[in-house]
Design a binder for this molecule. Structure first.
Ligand SMILES: Cc1cc2nc3c(=O)[nH]c(=O)nc-3n(C[C@H](O)[C@H](O)[C@H](O)COP(=O)(O)OP(=O)(O)OC[C@H]3O[C@@H](n4cnc5c(N)ncnc54)[C@H](O)[C@@H]3O)c2cc1C
Length: 402
């Protein structure tokens, strides 16, 4: 096999899945992650569709079901905590079927990484600062000072992928800001708890949702609209917390309790809700995978699934092409690009109803959620988001035996 020695930048959902399949097909992947260890904590994701199929092929379902979170639905409440709308378990099943899990993003990444069984070299606490591609390979310079040659390099660093920036230039050329910000953090001993239920409260242009995890911690997801991107330095947690406090100051229900808990919490996820839209994902001996090139945004509720599907297809095409990366990258882009475009269009359409901007909009959204157990209504409201127009080729059963 040609081009076996490969570098994958990022140990998120896409990077670890890619490492798993490339390793299985006889490549020699190295993973590099800028964090000192796998990222922990974070938000709860819905996991189904193509990602669920890939996880099944990897034999991960028993472990994922073990760590999955019990979810009986979504309850939308008013200022006094009284139910005003929501989606029950029946509606969830009618939309997504039984092949569906709610899981912490970090647990999914951990289980995929665990499936590597220690068989993939992983460098934590470092990143790539320079790439030089030539006929024979790619010279990679690490932040830590040394350099190394690889045959191929894959950028799997998520929405703010450094490899995309090195290969294709500034993020602003590819980022489509959808007009929202999202923030998430978790606390211990939160006094208000509704086991197994997402509880959500909205005022015009703002929404907050809480869920109690198995270990008793409660995780919050705040969403608010913004006309344009805010100028907060990326990763400045203090500034991010201040924005959140300002945005939700004066908002009722449990918001004051939640915001108070920001003080004691050091880790916060805070980011613009954006998509990454690119015509080409590959350049010479490097390509991108997952959110790095195809982020559909959290509004698609399927970014992890698509990241896994992308990694599975990329690895499968490389195996089929026996390392001929030009052929593999072209096939990978050809099969996945239309799917991503369609998911991105659907997510952008859905964005308008995500955090309604008026009281009337909130009322209407609540009424629609009440009717979601009727398949026709669910299909009308969310159908395009939930349908996968791609079925995964069975690469793993056609791999060459050598
Ligand atoms: C609030 C929220 C809710 C979501 N809900 C859902 C949902 O319900 N369902 C769903 O399927 N998806 C959901 N998503 C989307 C999902 O989390 C992403 O689509 C998915 O994580 C993308 O995987 P990835 O591997 O491309 O990127 P990531 O998972 O972001 O991983 C990128 C990795 O690269 C590392 N990295 C970054 N920069 C560098 C660097 N310079 N050098 C080395 N490493 C680097 C990061 O530390 C990270 O480990 C949600 C996202 C958010 C924010």
């Amino acid at each position: 096999m040609k081009n076996r020695k490969v570098l994958i930048v990022g140990t998120g959902i896409a990077g670890t899945t890619l490492a798993y399949w490339l390793n299985r097909y006889g490549f020699e992947p190295t993973l590099i992650e800028r964090a000192e260890q796998l990222r922990t904590g974070g938000y709860v994701i819905d996991f189904w569709g193509l990602g669920y199929d890939v996880a099944e092929k990897m034999g991960l379902l028993p472990a994922l079901k073990e760590v999955a979170l019990p979810v009986d639905g979504l309850k939308i409440v008013d200022e006094r905590g009284k139910r005003r709308g929501g989606i029950g378990p029946r509606a969830i099943r009618s939309m997504l079927g039984r092949r569906y899990l709610s899981i912490l993003r970090s647990d999914l990444a951990k289980e995929i990484y665990g499936a590597l069984g220690g068989g993939v070299r992983t460098i934590f606490g470092d990143t790539v600062t320079r790439l030089q591609q030539d006929e024979a390979g790619v010279l990679v310079e690490y932040r830590s000072g040394h350099s190394e040659r690889f045959d191929l390099v894959f950028g799997a660093g998520g929405l703010h992928s450094p490899i995309r920036n090195l290969l294709f230039g500034a993020e602003s050329s590819f980022e489509k800001f959808l007009g929202y910000y999202a923030a998430s953090f978790a606390v211990d001993d939160y006094p208000h708890q509704d086991p197994h239920v997402f509880v959500s409260y909205s005022v015009p242009s703002k929404q907050v949702t809480r869920y109690t995890l198995k270990d008793g911690r409660t995780v919050f997801l705040f969403v608010f609209t913004a006309r344009e991107k805010l100028s907060i330095p990326h990763g400045n947690a203090q500034a991010q917390k201040q924005v959140l406090k300002d945005e939700f100051a004066g908002v009722g229900w449990e918001c004051p309790d939640m915001l108070r808990r920001l003080e004691e919490n050091t880790e916060i996820y805070f980011d613009a809700v954006s998509q990454i839209r690119m015509e080409k994902w590959s350049r010479n001996r490097s390509t991108l995978v997952g959110d790095a090139c195809a982020c559909p945004s959290l509004l698609a509720g399927q970014g992890s699934a698509l990241a896994m599907a992308g990694a599975y297809i990329l690895a499968g095409e490389l195996m089929l092409a026996e390392g001929n990366f030009q052929v593999a990258f072209a096939n990978y882009e050809r099969s996945l690009h239309p799917v991503i475009e369609s998911k991105q269009r659907a997510a952008q359409k859905f964005a308008k109803s995500f955090a309604p901007q008026t009281h009337a909009g909130i009322f209407l959204r609540n009424q629609v959620t009440r009717l979601m157990s009727i398949p026709f209504v669910a299909d009308l409201a969310m159908g395009r988001m939930f349908k996968d127009s791609l079925s995964l080729p069975p690469y793993e059963s056609i791999q060459p035996s050598a």
